[in-house]
Ligand binder design. Sequence first.
Ligand code: NAD
Length: 246
Amino acid sequence: MRLKGKIAIVTGAGQGIGAATARKFAREGAAVAVCDLNADAVNAVVGACRESRTEAMGVAVDIADRQAVHDMVGQVLERFGRIDILVNNAGITRDARLQKMTPEQFEQVIDVNLRGVFHTTQAVVDCMVEQQAGVILNASSVVGIYGNYGQSNYAASKFGVIGFTKTWSRELGPKGIRVNAVAPGFIDTPILATIPDEVLEKMRSQVPLRRLGQPEEIANIYAFLASDEASYINGAVIEASGGMTL
Ligand code: NAD
C-alpha cells in the first residue's frame, strides 16, 4: 500500500475523478477526508472508502467559501491531527463563446477553479510547513495548456492552476512540500454530460487510443504523485490525454 498511514483531503470527491481518487487513496491505505458540495455524494464515497478498512470522514463544503474551507480543514485536523496530501480536484465548467459569455459564467468558474484552489491550499499550507512535509496536487486540464472553443473562463482557470503549481513548488519545495498538477484530456465523468454525443464521438476519434479516459486512470496518477515513489517530482504538469494533443 503506497499511502499507508497518510492523511489526505480530496475536494470535489463526490463523483467523477475526485470520487475515484478518494477510493484509490483508501485502497492504498490513506485516511481520506471526502469533501464536496453534495452531502449525499460525500456520504456514499465515505462509505466506499471505509470498505477498504481505512478511516474516512466526509465534509460538505463549497470551496469558494473561504471560511467554510478553513472550518473544513479545522475539522480534518481535529480528527486526524495532520494533513499529508491535498488534492485540489473540485472544478466546474460554464461554457460559452467569448462573445456570449456572461460575467456571471466567468466569475463562477474563477470562484471555484481558481479562488477555491487558493483558499483550500492556504488553509492547509501552515500545517504542512509545520510538518516540513506534504504533497499538493492540482487539477489542471489539457484545456489549460492548449485552450478550447467556448471555454475562455475554464481555460484561464486551468492555466492559472499551472501558475499556482509552478509558484508553490518554488515557494514550498525548500520546506519539504511537493506541488504538482495533472492535466487530463477528456475523461468519462458527469462533467462531460452537457457535451452532445456527436461532439464526444469527434473527441474520441482525435485520441490515438480512440477512447475517453476513465476516472480511475487519473486517480492512479494522483496516487503515484502523492506517494513517496514520486519523491523527486516537483512543479510538474503531467498530461494524461491518451495522446490527444500530439
Ligand atoms: P465532475 O463534475 O464529475 O465532479 C466534480 C465534483 O466537484 C462534483 O462532485 C461537484 O459537486 C464538486 N464541486 C463542484 N463545485 C464545487 C465546490 N464549489 N466546492 C466543492 N465541490 C465542488 O468533474 P470531473 O470530471 O470529475 O473533474 C474533476 C476535476 O478534473 C475538475 O477540476 C475538472 O476541471 C478536471 N478535469 C476534468 C476533465 C474531464 O474530462 N472530466 C478533464 C480535465 C480536467
